[in-house]
Design a protein around this ligand. Sequence first.
Ligand SMILES: NC(=O)c1ccc[n+]([C@@H]2O[C@H](COP(=O)([O-])OP(=O)(O)OC[C@H]3O[C@@H](n4cnc5c(N)ncnc54)[C@H](OP(=O)(O)O)[C@@H]3O)[C@@H](O)[C@H]2O)c1
Length: 420
Amino acid sequence: MSKMLVIGCGGVASVAIQKCCQNHETFTELCIASRTVSKCDALKAKLEGQGTPVKITTATVNADDVEDIKRVITAFQPDLVLNVALPYQDLTIMDACLACGVDYVDTANYEPENTDDPAWRAAYEKRCKEEGFTAYFDYSWQWAYAKRFEEAGLTAILGSGFDPGVTSVFTAYALKHYFDEIHTIDILDCNGGDHGYPFATNFNPEINLREVSANGSYWENGHWVETKPMEIKREYDFPQVGKKDMYLLHHEEIESLAKNVPGVRRIRFFMTFGQSYLTHMKCLENVGMLSTSPINFEGHEIVPIQFLKALLPDPASLGPRTVGKTNIGCIFQGVKDGKERTIYIYNVCDHQACYRELGSQAISYTTGVPAMIGAALVANGTWRKPGVFNLEQMDPDPFMEMLNRYGLPWVVDEAPATVE
Ligand SMILES: NC(=O)c1ccc[n+]([C@@H]2O[C@H](COP(=O)([O-])OP(=O)(O)OC[C@H]3O[C@@H](n4cnc5c(N)ncnc54)[C@H](OP(=O)(O)O)[C@@H]3O)[C@@H](O)[C@H]2O)c1
């Protein structure tokens, strides 16, 4: 019996909200608040048309503005806030949650919109030097809220998507049921889907292209090893998808898993990309279209990557055209009762099946379902405890059970192929 404010109404939010309506024992009232309220109204109309028992309201919010978020929270009085806007808004939404005394859940760690901001740059450069990785996003900003959430008796759950999120829960589950110690983790994110466009991104283009065009990195023997973008390539034969090229990327869960998995020696993250995607991205990068620094164009200030976003297909529109499957999971190597062991836990998700169920492709689906589950476990008290947490710090069993129930069944393979 919970009231939840959902901030953002894009691809991921649409799935998370529809899944909240399937879980109406937990979520009795929802307020959908976003920048473009017409999208919230359209989703509300769709769900009401289907006869949802959940009471839904909508609101306009500028989630860059703490006061405006507080206004919406004060009017609606939710028990918790699910942030499925952009990583740029994580800190303002956490500030508003603290000020209003409500719990917080998100799917991606903080990243600044303006990477030229001198105050942020100074902190960033210090972190690059101290930690040894150069990604624009890291957990330090949100972990710094731990004491304040603890003192306020509030829960903040960070990264309740698929990766991070389900991959973090898979790790906690492997540690709880299969290993005494995990030595290596390879996270493999394969999208075998085809949308038929020469180039499009599966989620917010700005966030996606920033992530993919950055340096890669992995964790080994207590420190970060950085690589050039796309420098490390492997091929893997994914169950139900087939052989794909995959590339090593920096990814946010490496940072929290390195801290939270005792004795781990190496953590890597690989994502599959087709050659056409990589060629387009390199070309766009070479001509400056991935830049986040504003330029003056005929008297107007424009940010190249935001202009590119306006040209590319809206990720939410890819659903009807995308065929094929995703396979995302983790290969763990370690020891149990003194014996070496390797297991692979993964989920396979079919783009067209997602579209038939909710009108979304599998990338939004695989993120929106765990966003709902993380929020539900806080809402029903199972995961409620004061502080700021990553998902691997929580009991994985109720989350794993809900993955099976809400459309993301998983498999444990006890004799998988490993990645060299
Ligand atoms: N962990 C994972 O596995 C995973 C995977 C994919 C994505 N994600 C994360 O999921 C989140 C949502 O992604 P998405 O693909 O759904 O993105 P999206 O389709 O671009 O949706 C973002 C939504 O946030 C709204 N928004 C943006 N800025 C806002 C502001 N200042 N105030 C109020 N609302 C604002 C947008 O409003 P408009 O409609 O007006 O644009 C839009 O409705 C992102 O943080 C992304 O990084 C996580």
